[in-house]
Design a protein around this ligand. Structure first.
Ligand SMILES: [Zn+2]
Length: 220
């Protein structure tokens, strides 16, 4: 559920003091129009009733998008210096909230700590790009009978990778060399998938690159 608060605002233009409404919880699954506002840079812009000056109200916000395995605690940019403390608070608050819910609603991924709505927007835009290339890759692999290993969104985010990994090989959880071979095949069919080229470079450069042995296969 998305939630909002009324807060005291002082207009930076004319000094008028007034009460304005800001979103403090955005559930993108239930309220996709709020995600659109966010991506358009219009979330929490409040207009002064006196002079109509529009100002961004920076406020702590929790962003949830279950389909993307995403819960983000977004603090104002100026609180970055308290990162360690805020991370501790976030994790304990999250555990507590989980504890109050029936087990079937428990999330099996942790929240992400961010500073400034701009960081969240960058993450979401990047994931839109990742989703686009992942879907193209999925289609190419299907048509050309290349096996794929699909990561859950939160795992792909942790690994900073695309979700659909093309694979040449037969291990239950693919190894780096099998993914490299899969990406080689994919890129020979569509060289424009630059996120895949980047992933291939990264796997090649990191001798220890691996998916967890308990990596879960997901559906796109
Ligand atoms: Zn004003």
């Amino acid at each position: 559920m998305s939630t909002f608060n009324d807060i005291d605002i002082e207009c930076p233009e004319c000094g008028e003091k007034y009460r304005g409404t800001v979103w403090v919880g955005v559930h993108a699954g239930q309220d996709p129009e709020l995600k659109d506002l966010l991506l358009g840079g219009e979330l929490n812009l409040v207009s002064c009733p006196e002079c109509a000056q529009v100002a961004f109200q920076e406020h702590f916000l929790i962003y949830q998008e279950p389909a993307a395995d995403l819960v983000a605690y977004v603090y104002p940019e100026g609180q970055r210096e308290s990162e360690t403390e805020l991370r501790r608070l976030m994790l304990s608050g999250f555990q507590e909230a989980q504890g109050q819910m029936p087990a079937k609603y428990h999330l099996d991924y942790e929240p992400v700590l961010m500073f400034g709505l701009e960081s969240l927007i960058e993450l979401l835009e990047r994931e839109i790009e990742i989703a686009e290339q992942s879907q193209i890759a999925q289609l190419i692999c299907k048509v050309n009978q290349i096996a794929t290993f699909v990561l859950r969104p939160y795992r792909a985010r942790q690994l900073e990778t695309v979700r659909v990994l093309p694979v040449v090989g037969d291990k239950p959880v693919p190894e780096g060399a099998e993914v490299i071979a899969g990406i080689d095949r994919l890129l020979s069919l569509n060289p424009a998938l630059d996120l895949y080229a980047q992933l291939r470079d990264r796997i090649k450069a990191d001798a220890n690159w691996s998916l967890d042995s308990d990596a879960e296969k997901a559906k796109l």
